[in-house]
Design a protein around this ligand. Structure first.
Ligand code: ADP
Ligand code: MG
Length: 462
């Protein structure tokens, strides 16, 4: 257990915190401009800092929705330049007339409420991610239709396992299922990471009984990003038991992951076989047609939500759909930028404007360094960076190492010898060999191709 807590660093102590909020605010001002800054971003407060996510305080729900729909991607990218490990931001509504925040009051309430409260705080279903605003295309129609079927026939497909790369709509679907079922069922919706957080907290407090009770009493258990359990033995153990007892009492389980069950390396075989024992459906990258549909729907949504007219020509919409190559999250991020720009300049955009905005977006988020590549790759394959750079040659280390070298060659301007040096002083011929091997494999092997694309898309999100 000790090992896991250390590795994960779920909760940061004072010394481990890295963000200087004033500095971040300054960068907001510089990058968003004075107007947006003083109306919105200035009011954001830093409430809590974790290893890979933050909780920011906002004054109202409306404020939160506005920020999330317009600026979240850019805020994330901005803060990321100060904190590389960041991959998520959560918001907490700080009511002005309430000085004491419930964060500090946990000891006063019963333990079970505490788990419940924190789940409610962090894992509330988002009212905005439902089936009606999930656009369906070739890449996701199977996942979509089975997600709906699950809602009609509980326990028929059990578990339902939805897999696909980052930003392709897994969380959206899971959330939609949760919303649909929550009125008549005891729905639990949690990310594997939060599950681990509560697990560790309960162990530390010697409170496993409540933990088990709490998670096992749901009739619909939805767990997001299960790949997080890779390499974490005690978490897998607990998950396995939770899973079994839920299935035994007939609860429906829905799971998402960035890969199929059998490809979850460093996960116990018995868990993999449980995970694939129901129905596995996957989501692929969207085609242009679906991207256009998503943009159009998003525009309609924003218009009706904010009572605002948004004029984007079909030409501009097509352009954005063709330019955004990685995933739907990026697509929406770009759309928000374009809308913000047209709002600030109060005009309908043409392709030229869009090109300029996109150039900014891409040059801002796409500064890719060898360090970043090494970090993302070691994270992705769930191996310690030191091992990846070490001299050991076992396949589970050598392949990721070669992939990182390959990406360093393809995505940075570093020379082969420079790259070699960054990989624990290896020779440039080793780098050449890596580039050749991975190039060949990514042509022949779908799995390799998929891995490379996912790592790339993670890098481009940074
Ligand atoms: P994942 O969990 O797979 O990383 P998300 O579910 O978070 O991806 O999706 C990323 C963003 O794209 C979200 O804002 C989501 O609402 C949006 N999105 C994804 N797929 C669709 C879709 N088919 N229709 C509309 N929006 C989508
Ligand atoms: Mg997700």
């Amino acid at each position: 257990m000790e090992k896991n807590t250390k590795q994960q660093n779920v909760y940061l102590s004072e010394e481990e915190k890295t963000l200087n909020w004033t500095e971040v605010q300054d960068s907001f001002k510089k990058n968003f401009g004075g107007e947006i800054y003083s109306s919105w971003l200035e009011k954001l407060t830093l409430e809590k800092e974790y290893n890979d996510y933050l909780i920011l305080g906002v004054p109202t729900r409306f404020f939160r929705d506005w920020i999330v729909s317009r600026y979240l991607d850019k805020i994330l990218a901005q803060i990321k330049s100060f904190k590389l490990s960041l991959n998520r931001i959560e918001f907490k509504i700080i009511e002005e007339n309430k000085n004491t925040q419930d964060f500090t009051k946990v000891d006063e309430i019963s333990k079970i409420t505490e788990i419940k409260d924190s789940i409610l705080n962090y894992n509330r279903l988002s009212p905005n991610l439902h089936f009606d605003n999930f656009m369906v295309g070739k890449s996701n129609d199977i996942a979509y239709s089975y997600s709906k079927k699950v809602c009609e026939h509980l326990s028929r497909y059990n578990p339902l396992y939805i897999c696909g790369g980052v930003g392709l709509g897994k969380t959206h679907l899971l959330n939609a299922i949760g919303l649909k079922l929550q009125a008549e069922n005891n729905v639990m919706f949690i990310s594997a990471e939060r599950f681990m957080y509560h697990f560790i907290k309960s162990i530390k407090k010697n409170d496993m009984v409540n933990f088990k009770d709490f998670f096992r009493k749901s009739s619909v258990f939805i767990i997001d990003d299960i790949q997080f359990i890779r390499g974490k033995e005690s978490l897998q153990e607990e998950f396995f038991h939770t899973f079994n007892s839920l299935i035994e009492k007939g609860s429906q389980i829905i799971i998402s992951a960035d890969r199929s069950p059998m490809k979850l390396d460093r996960v116990q075989e018995r868990i993999k076989s449980r995970l694939s024992g129901g129905l596995v459906v996957d989501i692929d990258a969207p085609d242009v047609e679906l991207k256009i549909k998503i943009i159009k729907n998003k525009i309609t949504e924003i218009q009706s939500q904010f009572k605002e007219n948004i004029n984007l020509s079909d030409e501009v919409i097509n352009f954005i759909s063709n330019e955004s190559k990685t995933n739907i999250r990026e697509l929406i991020g770009i759309l928000n930028r374009v809308i913000a720009f047209s709002r600030v300049h109060n005009k309908e955009l043409n392709i030229q404007d869009c090109k300029k905005i996109l150039k900014d977006v891409f040059s801002q988020i796409r500064v890719i360094t060898v360090d970043k590549i090494q970090n993302v790759v070691s994270n992705y394959f769930n191996i310690p960076l030191s091992e990846m750079l070490s001299q050991r040659r076992s396949r589970p280390l050598a392949r990721p190492r070669q992939i990182a070298m390959y990406l360093a060659k393809k995505m940075t301007t570093r020379s082969l010898p420079e790259i070699g040096r960054r990989f624990a002083n290896r020779d440039h011929t080793t780098v050449i060999h890596a580039v050749k091997t991975i190039t060949r494999l990514s042509e022949q092997d779908d799995e390799m191709k998929k891995n490379i694309n996912q790592v790339k898309s993670l890098l481009l999100e940074q």
